[in-house]
Write a protein that binds this ligand. Structure first.
Ligand code: UGA
Length: 436
């Protein structure tokens, strides 16, 4: 099937390449000429495991092309909208200007019978507002939210755990759902649940899922705060409650909390939308979720300062991690970098290292120092803080060898990802988050 994908950021670039990899003929369109040039040359413009391979394959097979020319969308049966919906400057609501601009630019190139499939995360009610404009061309709007996780984006796109299609009522909606089923044929054939809803439900599924995940993380981080004043160990607590299948252990990782381009801005946009709808109180708890999350960054900084007896000025602090999570070079609202910036603000000599995100981090925070080599970051450090749980730190870092490099064997485990007993046995003073 011929597909167009409007917006070639994390979502759109992966979607384009993944759709080409399952046999579709895909044109990816973006206004950013540098991004398009990179993708057209078969180079992934960001770090995402598996993307480079399917991108190169698609480009060389001719199934996958990229352009800045919206007219190239003409002739595609389905047009995916994957542009960003960032947090508005000076407010909590989502900025829909990229979605509106994409739809405006696409309209002249639509033909009767085309499907426009919105994938961007939007406030509930947005699709209903766009549907008439799309319908004026004889095309049909569907809302098809995306649940991919960065770091697993290729796998999540090709074989998601569910597919959701918000469609208009009647035959038009049934036809649109059938076309989307055909687009996603390999995963539908393998049994992926395909859930057909109205627009509002599809939009809400997305924000509800992210709100739930954020709440789960802040719940365990709230327990970490209680653990800190009672001497309990939040990681054991998470293991124990996680055995209850109704609760589950995943996303009960206490630490410096969530960041990235989705969870933080999505819970804020959800609150803002609920207030517009006169139901602000229904999701008032999301303000607490946000507040708990941000407090954990303060707590990590406090642990480092306390470990150095309040003397951080000019102390070398090795910050292990910059990305908002491992397997990604994304630094949007990264708790890791926020902690680094705060420590720098206190006068510490902060040296940040990361296996993938140094270029992005250095661009955004030129005031920080960076070391590509982990040993350089550790050498003569007065304290070490682990803020992104890359395997290189969590699994591969040898506490005994590391102890021989640093000036002071003090480690703050901002992700509760190190083997505390092994680090202590190697002579380190170990501090976890919500652990004795
Ligand atoms: C999130 C959702 O998980 C995806 O399903 C969704 O499609 C995506 O947002 C989106 O809206 O596009 P992502 O932002 O890639 O995906 O990252 P997550 O894996 O959800 O992690 C988010 C943050 O939570 C990270 O900073 C991570 O370190 C943190 N986290 C995660 C914890 O602090 N503890 C945990 O137990 C799990």
């Amino acid at each position: 099937m011929r597909l167009s994908v409007i917006g070639c950021g994390y979502l759109g670039a992966v979607h384009s390449a993944a759709m080409a990899s399952i046999g579709h003929d895909v044109i990816g369109i973006d206004v950013d000429e540098r991004k398009i040039a990179s993708l057209s040359n078969g180079h992934a413009p960001f770090f995402e495991p598996g993307l480079q391979a399917i991108l190169s394959e698609g480009i060389s097979s001719g199934n996958l092309r990229f352009t800045t020319d919206m007219a190239a969308a003409s002739g595609a049966a389905v047009h995916f909208i994957g542009v960003g919906t960032p947090q508005q400057r000076g407010g909590n609501a989502a900025d829909l200007s990229f979605v509106n601009a994409a739809i405006d630019a696409l309209l002249p190139h639509l033909s009767p019978g085309d499907i426009v499939a919105g994938k961007s995360t939007v406030p509930v009610g947005t699709a209903q507002g766009l549907a008439a404009r799309v319908a004026s061309t004889g095309a049909t709007l569907v809302w098809n939210p995306e649940f991919l996780r960065e770091g697993w984006a290729v796998q999540d796109t090709i074989l998601p755990d569910r597919l959701v299609a918000g469609v208009p009522s009647g035959d038009e909606g049934r036809r649109a759902a059938d076309i989307l089923r055909a687009v996603y044929h390999p995963s539908v054939a393998s049994g992926t649940p395909f859930i057909v809803t109205d627009y509002a439900t599809a939009e809400l599924v997305k924000v509800a899922a992210n709100a739930f995940l954020a709440t789960k993380i802040s719940f365990i981080n709230a327990m970490a705060e209680i653990a800190e004043v009672t001497g309990a160990d939040v990681t054991q607590l998470a293991d124990a409650i996680g055995h209850d299948a109704r609760i589950g252990r995943r996303f009960l990782g206490a630490g410096i909390g969530f960041g990235g381009g989705c969870l933080p801005k999505d819970i804020r946009a959800f609150s803002a939308r609920a207030e517009e709808l006169g139901r602000g109180e229904s999701v008032a708890f999301l303000r607490e979720v946000d507040a708990i999350n941000l407090r954990r960054r303060d707590r990590a900084v406090e642990l480092v300062v306390d470990a150095l007896d309040g003397q951080v000025l000019d102390k070398k602090i090795a910050v292990l991690g910059a990305a908002f999570k491992p397997h990604s070079d994304d630094i949007r609202d990264s708790p890791a970098l926020d902690v680094a910036v705060r420590l720098r603000g206190l006068g510490a000599d902060v040296v940040v290292t990361d296996p993938a995100a140094i270029d992005n981090a250095a661009h955004a925070h030129p005031q920080l120092s960076f070391a590509r080599d982990l040993d350089d970051a550790l050498t003569d450090a007065d304290a070490v803080i682990v803020v992104t749980e890359w395997d290189a730190y969590r699994r591969d870092l040898d506490p005994a060898r590391s102890a021989s490099l640093v000036a002071n064997a003090i480690v703050v485990d901002g992700r509760n990802c190190l083997d505390a007993a092994a680090w202590r046995a190697a002579g380190w003073t170990y501090f976890g988050m919500g652990r004795p």
